[in-house]
Write a protein that binds this ligand. Structure first.
Ligand code: ADP
Ligand code: ADP
Ligand code: ZN
Length: 213
């Protein structure tokens, strides 16, 4: 099973990809998590990506495409994956299609998660993330049991720099301009599903599981 989760920043992709990958027994591949890991390790990719990410702009396609092709080619991805945050441009989607074709593979589901802009801003403003396992929390909607500490792994929770400041509105605008065209790109194909992302985390999880089963 290969699934793409589409949706604006704050739609719940990371939250849902984590539980979906666990219930389907496939890996969760998040382009944002991979980039932040590269930044922490100070790799060339991480250092190039940093200024784009801080500003809320997309990292250039060729860098992202190379990173994802390498990731989906690893052994643990052979049984399938949930792609979270990639593709984000039509060019990335075309590169993914070409890479899959070379491998004799295809995408089974593209799930578009819809959430209003007002709700996105509220979600991003209260988001906390585990530094160790990247699980997202929200200070009101889904707080951890112990403040500042991950329920799953005791890791330290932090707030992303790009979840404050003008980077938030820029990311939402970048989504509308560069990523929303992907909805058209995929909506004609079989396996495309639209899901309302405004319910509770549990409600959205149920809708998503129905969409992929
Ligand atoms: P969110 O969960 O808020 O949507 P991500 O963690 O997916 O954010 O992405 C954070 C940042 O990383 C983006 O604002 C962008 O700079 C960069 N990024 C992540 N995925 C991609 C991608 N597929 N193409 C280009 N840039 C990306
Ligand atoms: P994305 O990966 O699409 O940027 P996240 O999964 O990180 O989104 O979720 C963004 C924020 O919203 C997090 O703080 C998360 O806890 C919270 N959140 C996710 N889904 C919901 C939901 N259905 N209702 C309320 N808050 C949610
Ligand atoms: Zn954790």
């Amino acid at each position: 099973m290969r699934v793409i989760l589409l949706g604006p920043p704050g739609a719940g992709k990371g939250t849902q990809a984590k539980t979906m990958s666990e219930s389907l027994g496939i890996v969760h591949i998040s382009s944002g998590d991979l980039l932040r890991d590269n930044q922490e390790r100070n790799t060339e990719l991480g250092n190039t990506a940093r200024s784009y990410m801080q500003q809320g702009l997309l990292v250039p396609d060729d860098l992202i495409i190379g990173m994802i092709e390498e990731r989906i080619g690893r052994a643990d991805a052979s049984g399938g994956y949930v792609l979270d945050g990639f593709p984000r441009t039509v060019e990335q989607a075309q590169a993914l299609a070409a890479a899959l074709e070379r491998r004799g593979e295809s995408i089974d589901r593209v799930v578009n998660i819809r959430v209003s802009e007002e709700e996105l801003v509220a979600r991003l403003g209260g988001r906390w993330i585990c530094r160790a396992c990247q699980r997202p929390y929200h200070e009101l909607n889904s707080p951890p049991e112990n403040e500042g500490e991950c329920d799953d792994c005791d890791g330290e929770l932090y707030q992303r720099e790009d979840d404050a400041s003008e980077a938030v509105s820029r990311r939402i605008r970048v989504f509308a301009e560069q990523t929303a065209p992907l909805i058209d790109y995929y909506s004609g194909a079989s396996g495309f599903v639209d899901v309302d992302g405004e319910g509770t985390i549990d409600e959205v999880r149920e809708s998503l599981l129905r969409a992929v089963s």
